[in-house]
Design a protein around this ligand. Structure first.
Ligand SMILES: *Cc1c(COP(=O)(O)O)cnc(C)c1O
Length: 231
């Protein structure tokens, strides 16, 4: 099932790239394996996937310990400062940095482990009350503060768009995040790269790719629906 799902997702990414005149290599597919067993991750690995996303520190750590070292782990969910120490040396990227305090903790823990951690700034583009992330107006100032930290490297921006029936409704938010990233890039800030744009999930990744996503985070479309009650 996973293999077939991946083939379908792959086909749709390619089609979205074609529509937008983009190359397939510009988009990294992150398979979001939260709540899913190691056996399903192994199935995705057999189909060639090495980028995986988790939203909880403990679950990421457990899977990291069991699975091969060549996998790249992305922490995509809200991160508590007291848990940073468990994952700084395990993740390829933290997508959910939305405060200076969190970034400072990441830098301190990264220094202890002698690593530099790549991070994305989470932006609440749609300004939903229920979501983490900073407002568009706050991004530049936050980036300037975080850029001063030694063991953190800003790679770009991330957003979780609203849950909508019609993905077209989210196009405005993806476009706005892309524009924000372009605006910041033009300013050539020290220690800040705007090469990554993490946006788009199962319901709206095609629109996100059309609007410039370089990383899409797809869970349900690859692994099927999640049942939080039986975990
Ligand atoms: C769960 C999750 C996803 C994947 O969601 P699907 O709709 O299942 O593709 C993507 N991003 C974040 C931050 C998530 O928590």
């Amino acid at each position: 099932m996973i293999k077939e799902n991946l083939a379908e997702v792959e086909k749709r990414i390619q089609a979205a790239c074609d529509r937008a005149g983009r190359k397939r290599e510009e988009v990294t597919l992150i398979a979001v394996s939260k709540t899913k067993p190691v056996s399903m991750i192994e199935e995705a690995m057999d189909a060639g996937i090495i980028e995986f996303g988790e939203n909880k520190v403990q679950e990421l750590s457990e899977k990291y310990d069991i699975l091969p070292e060549n996998l790249n782990w992305h922490l995509i969910g809200h991160l508590q400062r007291n848990k940073v120490k468990y994952i700084v040396d395990k993740v390829k990227m933290i997508h959910s940095v939305d405060s200076l305090r969190l970034a400072e903790t990441i830098s301190q823990e990264a220094l202890k482990k002698n690593v530099v951690v790549s991070v994305l700034i989470e932006v609440n583009v749609a300004e939903e009350d229920t979501k983490y992330g900073v407002k568009c107006e706050e991004v530049e100032n936050l980036i300037e503060q975080i850029a001063k930290l030694e063991n953190v490297k800003i790679k770009g921006l991330m957003t979780i768009a609203p849950f909508v029936e019609n993905p077209e409704q989210n196009r405005q938010y993806f476009r706005k995040l892309k524009q924000l990233s372009v605006d910041i890039k033009t300013k050539n800030k020290d220690n800040v790269s705007m090469s990554e744009l993490s946006m788009g999930m199962t319901g709206d990744y095609e629109v996100a790719v059309e609007e410039g996503a370089t990383m899409i985070r797809v869970g349900t479309g690859i692994f099927g629906g999640r049942n939080y009650n039986i975990v």
